[in-house]
Design a protein around this ligand. Structure first.
Ligand code: BDR
Ligand code: CA
Length: 313
């Protein structure tokens, strides 16, 4: 099978960084057409810088990097520097990237790539707010049937929320964008907090990256050490949830995951539950099923995959 063509849409973020590294480490499986930055964990100037920092850590200056939307479709931007640090990618001082940012707007890149490929051959992998993807759909609805699948990190059902009691960060930042994507009719696979809160960065798992004794291994350890402190303090857990790499892991080894094909809708009105992913897990409505909503993951299998692949970089 030829490698699956993907576009990563992201707001790095230390966990986004590991997702990008996992994709870069898997060229036999994944053909990374480009990486598009979106505002989310940090502002766009930071996230577009960070995607290039990450590519340079992996010595992949050839990857096409784009800047997309700098704010949600119809709300002010909310960022998460309290989790990810002032740069969005705190943990270690790295040189300013010198590889180019592509001149094309990231949303135009997504539209052009989908139009220039055969239908059903490009998968979108959003790891941040869904602003770029929804903007592309709104501006060029003809691309919607061309998308092979969207595999996204966002939402929660059993875990409910992390940025508010009812909402997960990526969906909460741009609920109108999420609503467009969840109503689009595109094949959707959702990796919610219910999965990502099961893949904790325990000491043993971080030590496996330390054992690489490479620059990349040391950078990964520094990012994870910084990233986990927030959730360890918040949840009293053994490590932080490594959200975004689960999206890439699903593409590589879907047998590690389980879930249900259900109806999922986005709350866009209520001030109390804004951004909630209302997931009909128990099938109590007759609403149309629109998403494969994952719930469980084989955590050790996930870390074995991540460690093995990153050791190849
Ligand atoms: C999501 O929000 C961000 O902080 C992480 O990068 C992840 O994409 C988890 O809620
Ligand atoms: Ca992210």
């Amino acid at each position: 099978m030829p490698p699956r063509k993907i576009i990563i849409d992201t707001d790095p973020g230390q966990d986004d960084a590991l997702a990008i590294l996992l994709a870069l480490a898997s060229p036999d499986d994944l053909d990374l057409l480009g990486i598009v930055a979106v505002a989310g964990n940090a502002t766009l100037p930071q996230t577009q810088r960070n995607i290039r920092v990450i590519c340079e850590v992996a010595n992949r200056r050839d990857v096409k990097c784009f800047a997309g939307s700098d704010k949600p479709m119809s709300r002010p931007l909310l960022t998460a520097e309290h989790v990810h640090g002032a740069t969005g990618l705190d943990g270690i001082d790295l040189p300013e990237p010198t590889m180019p940012l592509q001149p094309q707007h990231g949303v135009d890149f997504i539209i052009d790539m989908l139009r220039s490929h055969e239908a059903d051959t490009v998968t979108l992998c959003p790891l941040g707010p869904l602003t770029n993807i929804a903007t592309a759909m709104a501006r060029a609805p003809d691309i919607i049937p061309c998308i092979q699948e969207i595999v996204l990190m966002g939402g929660a059902y059993f875990e409910v929320g992390n940025i508010t009691p009812a909402a997960e960060f990526n969906i909460y930042v741009d609920p109108e964008a999420a609503d467009i994507v969840f109503r689009s009719g595109v094949k959707l696979t959702v990796v919610p907090l219910d999965v990502t809160h099961k893949v904790l960065t325990t000491k043993t798992r971080i030590d496996a990256f330390r054992a690489f004794r490479t620059h990349l291994g040391d950078v990964v350890v520094a990012w994870l050490d910084f990233f986990e402190r927030f959730d360890v303090q918040k949840y009293g857990s053994d490590g932080g949830p490594l959200h975004d790499p689960c999206v890439i892991a699903w593409l590589l080894e879907p047998h590690l995951f389980s879930g249900r094909f259900i109806n999922v809708e986005i709350e866009t009105q209520s001030p109390l539950t804004l951004g909630m992913t209302v997931a009909d897990w128990w099938g109590v409505t007759d609403r149309t099923r629109n998403a494969m909503f994952l719930k469980d993951i084989h955590a050790d299998g996930f870390y074995a995959l991540l460690t093995d692949r990153l050791s190849r970089l």
